[in-house]
Unconditional design. Structure first.
Length: 426
């Protein structure tokens, strides 16, 4: 009996030590909150905060379809269940009306709510932790200037054990530590500004970095590309010339892509089109250029050494050529040359020859739509073919464009088309 008692005591003691360690890890870097609010809002601060909120694309997640701006309620699907965004309007009962600027700063910097509750990283505080206190205060001043909306926050719908604060505490202990803007003294002010925007408010690594089984990213693999969970679009590597690296582009073209969605070398589609539409088109010229310069300065991945893919079956190429002639050539050209300013070229298009063909299949199924921006207010689009082409036809035409006009990439099978339909309920 005594042995059992000591065994139970040892287990409880170990659990207590583990719990204390978790609490310590999740409180690291935090300071006591001031007792009173000290922020003095001004019209200039509110205007600056509005700009920064656009840079962070806050409205995209914190606005439900058909709902009031920033009133929350949008369901964000994750591999662990659904997280519902919160109300950011200054409503006292449901929004930020009872918050202080220090509490808002703690949410961005430490991922902790007003009541001390740990926040889920669907809210990208692993990136926002790099935002300066001054910028956090400006965003808070802007949000406090909005009309209050009495929209109750919806509870998350996460599976056990991911729904528990204990599981979240373990995740944070493993994968999160409060950060700060990374100023590199050997870099120019422009590169450092770009790094701040890309890594902080822009949270580009949230999509363009692969995630592990627990949904965490790794600094060691930052910008190396990855499949966006649940959305099932592939966010290509920003540090690889054969994917979406821009090191060899003109800086002006990279900035144009961010601000307008189009550049001589390509255009944005899928989730990135929404980012440009809601966020980066509003960048100042200086900030767009800073982001472009930083992206061009990223250390590049060495080209992957791969054996040439096997030649696709002649029957698939023939079928794909027929589909292409009937459905695609009118816009993209008989030789895949496209039409500058209207329809992208497919010949030599690295988005077409990505090792992962997910994006190409999704565009053929669902269509491709560029964002309407001030610099490109009436963009051309591509219609969806999910209702008029079979899985066999889509696989064949995808295989054809990946292996014609000098392109070379593995063929696409019907199973990949089927999976793309299944994932999105098409």
């Amino acid at each position: 009996m005594q042995r059992i008692f000591w065994t139970i005591s040892s287990v409880l003691a170990a659990l207590g030590v583990a719990a204390a360690a978790l609490v310590t890890l999740n409180l690291r870097g935090e300071e006591p909150l001031p007792a009173t609010e000290t922020l003095q809002s001004t019209p200039a601060l509110v205007q600056r905060g509005e700009y920064l909120a656009r840079v962070g694309n806050c409205m995209a997640c914190h606005t439900a379809q058909g709902g009031a701006p920033y009133a929350g309620g949008r369901g964000i699907e994750t591999p662990f269940g659904v997280v519902h965004s919160s109300n950011l309007t200054p409503d006292k009962a449901h929004g930020l009306g009872g918050w202080t600027s220090a509490e808002f700063w703690r949410a961005l910097h430490h991922g902790r709510s007003k009541d001390g509750r740990l926040l889920y990283p669907a809210f990208p505080y692993p990136n926002y932790t790099q935002v300066t206190r001054e910028d956090a205060d400006a965003i808070f001043a802007y949000l406090q200037s909005l009309p209050p909306v009495a929209e109750p926050n919806r509870p998350h719908a996460l599976r056990f054990p991911y729904s528990t604060q204990a599981a979240l505490g373990v995740w944070r202990a493993l994968f999160f530590a409060p950060g700060a803007p990374r100023h590199e003294p050997t870099q120019t002010a422009e590169v450092n500004r770009g790094a701040y925007l890309v890594n902080g408010l822009g949270h580009c690594t949230a999509c363009h970095t692969p995630r592990n089984a627990l949904g965490a990213t790794s600094d060691a693999r930052a910008f190396s590309g990855g499949l966006i969970p649940v959305q099932n679009w592939y966010a290509p590597a920003l540090n690889a010339a054969h994917e979406a690296g821009v090191k060899d582009w003109r800086t002006e073209d990279v900035a144009a892509l961010l601000q307008t969605g189009v550049a001589p070398q390509g255009a944005v589609l899928g989730p990135m089109a929404e980012v440009v539409f809601r966020s980066t088109q509003y960048l100042t010229d200086a900030d767009a250029r800073a982001m472009a310069v930083y992206l061009q300065a990223l250390p590049q991945q060495p080209p992957a050494e791969r054996a040439p893919p096997p030649a696709p079956p002649a029957a698939a190429m023939a079928r794909g050529a027929k589909v292409y002639e009937q459905r695609c050539a009118a816009c993209h050209g008989a030789q895949g040359q496209g039409e500058p300013g209207a329809f992208p070229a497919l010949a030599g298009n690295r988005a077409v020859t990505l090792a992962d063909p997910t994006n190409l299949v999704r565009v053929v199924l669902q269509g491709g739509y560029l964002p309407a921006t001030a610099g490109n207010p009436r963009p051309h689009g591509m219609p969806p073919f999910q209702q008029v082409l079979s899985d066999e036809d889509i696989a064949a035409v995808a295989t054809f464009v990946r292996n014609q006009w000098g392109n070379q990439a593995p063929g696409v099978g019907t199973i990949e088309v089927y999976r793309a339909r299944e994932r999105r309920g098409l």
